[in-house]
Design a protein. Structure first.
Length: 370
């Protein structure tokens, strides 16, 4: 049985850190792994101090828009999950994510070699945002984890809206333009990764006809300025669309799966910048919010049907979804669903989600350990 301790503290950073150490040390043994999230302003301080205190522990973290754990939620401070037994793990870094992350693929293979087994193992990764590198990072992981059976889940790091910079941390070091990862082998049960959506497709289908994939810009849908086409189909003015962009992502449908691309901004020329790639001549659906209660019920029932005794979970969602849930006063109900179903959880709110070889947005990703 994995023993985990969750903490969430806010206030002056020295006091927050002291309370966190006290909470972790109350277990009486040193943790094997620490997963942490913090506000951008104090992230470097927490990263360095956690490693000074626990230098023999694998410590991985990210900046976040909001901390949310079993203990509550906060836009400031530090949230920590400390895992004391029941796992073995290995860590690594992938640099140059905006240009050529594949040159670091051996870091993944080295980490895999440090595990006694890849059965019931997952790769948890955090990628700094705004490098537009998530898709090629996932190509790197696909190569590095090839034929291991290790599943992958993670998120792009987060921060307050308007701050176009985020950070990730690993073992006392802070990085940008980097992906940090930890391979976790569950010694006592399975690992299950769940993906859920807050949105559903409408019957409006658009075709991207002018695209810059690398910069994630769609200039035109159906040979007209992208923002004009989206606004027209939604019955909104361009100003209304800009104001309510959170609520109007698009999605690619593949079989029964929905892959959401969230909006980043609308440019003066009417092009739309997205938070994940849309390729040229791709058909996308305009999306609308699904029923929140149904989404939470699906999350609970699916995970319970796959894992008999969930022990702890890492929840990852887009900061856009976090803001939507806050605006609609549903964020506490989301965290209550997690708390009711998992003994312990800690969550990241960032600029995207990754699951296996797909980067997407505005999606609920939950990594659950039995």
């Amino acid at each position: 049985m994995e023993r985990t301790i969750i903490s969430l503290f806010e206030g002056d950073r020295e006091g927050t850190l002291a309370k966190t150490f006290e909470r972790i040390d109350s277990n009486g043994t040193s943790p094997k792994a620490i997963i942490y999230f913090a506000d951008f302003e104090n992230f470097e301080f927490y990263t360095e101090e956690l490693y000074k205190k626990y230098p023999d522990c694998s410590i991985i973290g990210s900046t976040t828009y909001v901390n949310f754990t079993t203990c509550g939620s906060s836009h400031q401070g530090l949230s920590v999950m400390a895992i004391f037994d029941g796992i073995e793990c290995a860590t690594g870094e992938i640099h140059d994510i905006s240009t050529y992350p594949m040159r670091h693929v051996d870091n993944i293979k080295k980490a895999v070699s440090e595990l006694s087994s890849t059965e019931n193992a997952c790769c948890l990764e955090f990628t700094s945002a705004f490098s537009n590198g998530e898709e090629i990072v996932l190509d790197t992981f696909e190569q590095g984890l090839k034929e291991t059976g290790i599943t992958l889940a993670g998120g792009s790091s987060g921060a307050n809206p308007g701050l176009f910079m985020t950070k990730v941390g690993l073992n006392g070091k802070v990085f940008n333009n980097t992906c940090v990862f930890i391979l976790i082998h569950n010694l006592n049960g399975k690992v299950f990764i769940h993906r859920g959506n807050l949105f559903k497709p409408t019957n409006v289908i658009l075709t991207s006809t002018d695209v810059d994939c690398e910069q994630r810009i769609v200039y035109e849908y159906d040979n007209e300025p992208a923002a004009d086409v989206v606004a027209k189909n939604l019955g909104l003015s361009l100003e209304q669309l800009k104001k309510d962009m959170l609520f109007h992502p698009v999605g690619r449908i593949k079989g029964k799966e929905l892959f959401v691309a969230g909006n980043s901004r609308i440019n003066p020329d009417g092009s739309i910048v997205y938070l994940s790639r849309i390729y040229n001549q791709t058909k996308v659906n305009l999306l609308e919010m699904a029923n929140f209660d149904s989404a939470m019920l699906e999350l609970s029932t699916t995970i319970r049907s796959r894992l008999g005794h969930p022990s702890f979970a890492i929840a990852i969602q887009c900061n856009s979804n976090s803001m939507i849930l806050e605006k609609k006063r549903l964020f506490d109900l989301y965290t209550k669903t997690l708390k009711d179903n998992f003994t312990n959880f800690v969550g990241l709110s960032g600029y995207g989600e990754q699951i296996n070889n797909v980067h997407l947005n505005q999606t609920f990703v939950t990594v659950v350990f039995e």
